[in-house]
Design a protein around this ligand. Structure first.
Ligand SMILES: [Zn+2]
Length: 235
């Protein structure tokens, strides 16, 4: 899954409003952001195999450190633990634990059975949503657009940048997604790893745009039932 993970991060802002969207995106995409580093280090492997599924030409030969269930439980606990130590905020840490774990759950929904239970396990999980391009786009776009709408209603722009940066973030993610789904297979495994590294841009961008937006108070959300020109925009 790709933009569905961003959808979870956007929804989570509603649950833990004091946590930056950047941290939430980092959590939702954490193991996919580690993955290219493990590829470059030779710890994990992917090959390009067009037709592997209807959606992705990638065959994830081995990725136990980034994408096994047990490893992800560890990453989620580490992520939440570091956040708790730095921010001293338990509710946010618990939410981040679930956001990191949501990545594995959504990947298990999308991938063919290639997600190991633990490093070295011969049990692989995957429900294979990626076997249908149409259903993948429906499910993933629904999660992402619902997330974008919830984030837009939970916050409002502090300045024009807050609006522009958010709208362009949503639009660019949708564009990258469509290129991913409909574009040609990547030229090499190395190109896959570099492209995956590029996803870090969306983490920094999320930190930036979140600083230009203000969380609505419960009172403001009530008023939002009767939208005015200044009320939070919908994407
Ligand atoms: Zn993943």
């Amino acid at each position: 899954m790709f933009i569905g993970h961003f959808g979870v991060a956007l929804v989570a802002k509603r649950v833990t409003p004091r946590t930056s969207l950047g941290t939430l995106v980092l959590a939702a995409q954490f193991v996919d952001l580690l993955w290219p580093i493990f590829l470059f280090c030779g710890l994990e492997r992917v090959i390009i195999a067009p037709g592997e599924t209807a959606v992705t030409p990638l065959d994830f030969i081995s990725y136990p450190l980034s994408h096994s269930l047990f490893a992800d439980l560890g990453w989620a606990s580490l992520f939440a633990g570091i956040y708790k130590v730095i921010k001293r905020e338990s509710a946010g840490a618990v939410c981040l634990w679930f956001v990191v774990m949501s990545h594995w759950v959504l990947d298990a929904l999308s991938h063919r059975p290639d997600l190991p239970l633990y490093p070295g396990s011969s049990t692989f999980i995957g429900l294979g949503l990626w076997n249908s391009r149409a259903w993948t786009i429906v499910v993933e776009s629904a999660i992402f657009l619902a997330g974008a709408r919830i984030y837009a209603r939970a916050t409002h722009p502090r300045d024009p940048i807050g609006s522009l940066a958010f709208r362009s973030y949503v639009a660019l993610l949708l564009l990258v997604y469509l290129i991913n789904v409909f574009g040609p297979p990547p030229p090499s495994e190395r190109a896959v790893a570099f492209a995956a590294l590029g996803l870090w841009v969306f983490v920094f961008w999320a930190y930036f745009l979140d600083r230009h937006r203000v969380v609505n108070s419960p009172h403001a959300q009530q008023i939002d039932l009767f939208p005015s020109p200044d009320s939070p925009e919908a994407p």
